[in-house]
Design a protein around this ligand. Structure first.
Ligand code: HEM
Length: 210
């Protein structure tokens, strides 16, 4: 769970950085989308690197889901009734929302892939040619922006607790200092990802990027 989770942290940071290219204009974003497909050529075929990366993402997702359901069912078997003391304890909102927040994120990812990767539906104007035009047309629609705002808050909460939890699993929280670092890392990564992902949709929604 921790290893696949940290791989996703790396992935979302890279994806967020790529999305921010839209601030430099349509051409910068389209060039970046094109480069993702020509990376490794001529050693690899067109889109070869992207497909290798996609396979790694799928394996990481399966590992993450398998560990999550395993943990979930072990926690369920360990006690037949609700844990009254723990319920009453002060736990953070991010730790309490890991399970259902994770399920919500999975649904969001399916929606997101159907929209931008498989292009099964278009929001905004009719099918558009360039990746940047597709993104701009989509986020000019208020309800789509709202869905992404909610999803990014869910992602932030998940990353906040998840990063801390991964550090703990990997044994980096044995001293007060390392615990403080792990907590800080969770907060910084979550804040960065929410902010970085939300800048393009909000800038488009408010007409700063057209
Ligand atoms: C505001 C937030 C986001 C925007 C604007 C956005 C935008 C995009 C776009 C335009 C693509 C298509 C890229 C291309 O085909 O060149 C894409 C693909 C993808 N996005 Fe996002 N994304 C966002 C958030 C996320 C998040 C939070 C995740 C995961 C947790 C995610 C996971 C993916 C995946 C797995 C792909 C498929 C990559 C591939 O083609 O293999 N995205 N996204």
């Amino acid at each position: 769970m921790a290893v696949s989770g940290l791989f996703f942290v790396f992935y979302v940071l890279a994806h967020m950085y790529g999305n921010l290219k839209i601030l430099a204009g349509h051409q910068a974003f389209d060039t970046y989308a094109h480069h993702l497909r020509t990376l490794g050529e001529p050693m690899l075929p067109y889109s070869g690197f992207l497909w290798v990366f996609r396979l790694v993402l799928i394996v990481a997702l399966l590992a993450h889901l398998y560990s999550a359901f395993n943990l979930w069912s072990r926690a369920g078997h360990a006690r037949g009734h609700r844990y009254l003391v723990k319920d009453a304890m002060h736990t953070s909102i991010s730790s309490r929302t890991m399970r259902w927040g994770g399920v919500a994120l999975l649904l969001f990812i399916v929606f997101h892939l159907l929209q931008f990767t498989f292009r099964s539906f278009y929001v905004g104007t009719a099918p558009v040619s360039s990746p940047a035009a597709m993104v701009v047309a989509a986020f000019q629609t208020w309800w789509l922006t709202l869905i992404y705002v909610i999803a990014m808050i869910a992602l932030g909460l998940h990353l906040h607790h998840g990063t801390w939890s991964a550090f703990q699993t990997l044994g980096f929280t044995n001293s007060a200092k390392s615990r403080a670092i792990a907590k800080g890392a969770g907060a910084v990564i979550a804040g960065l990802v929410v902010l970085g992902f939300l800048i393009p949709p909000l800038a488009i929604q408010f007409g700063i990027i057209k």
